[in-house]
Write a protein that binds this ligand. Sequence first.
Ligand code: BES
Ligand code: ZN
Length: 622
Amino acid sequence: MHHTTRRSLLTFTAFAALALAPACQSGSGFVRPEPRPLPMDIHSHARPNEVRVRHVSLDLDLDFVAGVARGGVTLELYRLEPTAPLVLDVQGLEISAVRGTDGKRRDHVIGKEHDNLGAALTIELEPADSSVRIDYATRPGAEALQWLAPEQTAGGRHPFLFSQGQAVLTRTWIPLQDSPGVRVSYDARITAPEALTVVMSAESKGRDADGAFRFELERPIPPYLIAIGCGELVSEKISKRCAVWAEPELAQRAAWEFADTEKMIQSAEELFGPYRWGRYDLLVLPPAFPYGGMENPLLTFATPTVIAGDRSLVALVAHELAHSWSGNLVTNATWGDFWLNEGFTVYFEKRIMEVVFGEARANMERVLDFADLEEEVARLEEWQTVLAIDLTGRHPDDGFSGVPYEKGALFLRRLEQLVGRRRFDAFLRGWFDGHEFESVRTEDFVAYLREGLPDALKGLDLERWIHAPGIPADAPVPESGALAQVEAELARWRGGAAPESLATDAWVTQQWLHFLQSMPPEVDGFDMALLDEAFGFTKTGNAEILCAWLELSIERDYPGAELRTASFLNEVGRRKFLRPLYAALVKTEAGTQRARTIYAQARPKYHAVSRQTLDAIVLPAD
Ligand code: BES
Ligand code: ZN
């Protein structure tokens, strides 16, 4: 959908008039910023500069038998252009009625579906309408919702549901203006089968007499952060403001794994200012969850594959927590500005890891990330390696790669290097404080940078960092002594030393990952068998190490890992693990056959997001 209309021509008078209205102050004292003109978002049909949604009130029943959510939503509106209709994003929703504030029907039309971006729902408003109520149901295949059978859960007794809104999937379960510039507060009333617990990315307001779960979030968030989980769930306390939700069989292990979360929150606050959201809870999902983590406000969603039993993969928590500032407090206004979410978050994540786990650990993780970035950049098309990515004519997911994450973080590291940590920290804190609860463009950051650190810009080619492809020559290359030791042992092995004689006893996960990441090209299936015998890779319970090992086993033709590969691909739905394994398999004829057999069995268990990516890799092109 590529609008050529003049919809970005703004009526500033409307915004000025609003600004004169009394400021919206609630009982809690939170003052919501006034709506500002928004830039064009090519991935939304909405026209938020004409009529803008300000509050979403959900009222849904979860039907696990049909695999649909059914009920309605009330949207409260800013009427910026008094005669303009309300335009929403919808994808695959069954709309049964639309009503105005007076409860009477309003005319509405659903436009043409646009390549994976849904359609416009246009609603004619009466002058007095300050809200609309839409009765609707989702369709069984709604991409944002994954309905899991009991067999796909740890307990095996009850079904499970979770949502994934980012980037443009919220429109598949809620009709709203699905653009990250349109910030909404929300509340919800959700009913679910008995024995199941509902959690959301909002404050819990307890249960109604009829058992309905109630939620409320007063701070305005982008629609992709509205999230729900439902299953047999219990919570384990970590600190006063932090708990982990999980199935009963996992809850205690999860709480142990994430015990350092409170320390992480405190370190984050010391670095970049107060945590604005009240509670910080985690929800551990079944292994079908397609991402490692998702920063849903007040309730990070996490894959169970980070529960390694030794806290070695908890950087993921630091990452999702950091999004409480970079992403949730200050949000990319369009998906072309995605690096503002992820690059800042990776930078911030590493700073948290330094404080809580020490510089050596953070540096190991930086080196691992850097090596991954170099490898990925070599593989990607040039346009995909630009920070301010041009997504014209493309789906947001086409721009998804390690680039916004790692290149974005390197850019901030470079700035830090140029002005020193003290100044850079104050600068970043000012960015968050000055733009809280706002959605921002790359240009906004550039302007803030020119203003705040003009001297840094003398030492750096800003245009190149933001708009050119590849990794700039002045990118700060991370170093790690602990990983240098790994390279030394690897060299000893290649020089003829037996695997058992290598000094690996004290190695941590990141060192093993580097060992696998640095495997010289001549290492073959025979060598791999010796490594497996010495170190038991195929049997490891650490999903990151396992995935790296399985990928290498496919590439180096080591048959001893084939069964484990098949079982892993059947158990786990995390796209980051699935994509490289299937991609490695389809490089050979025999591997392609294996991939197709496994995929035929596993595909129905994968999330729509993972299926989308994998269909293109595994299914025969026709
Ligand atoms: N917000 C992302 C996940 C995401 C990005 C979902 C784009 C949909 C579209 C989340 O914060 C993230 O980056 N997760 C990473 C983990 C992290 C430790 C790098 C992941 O899922 O692997
Ligand atoms: Zn992230």
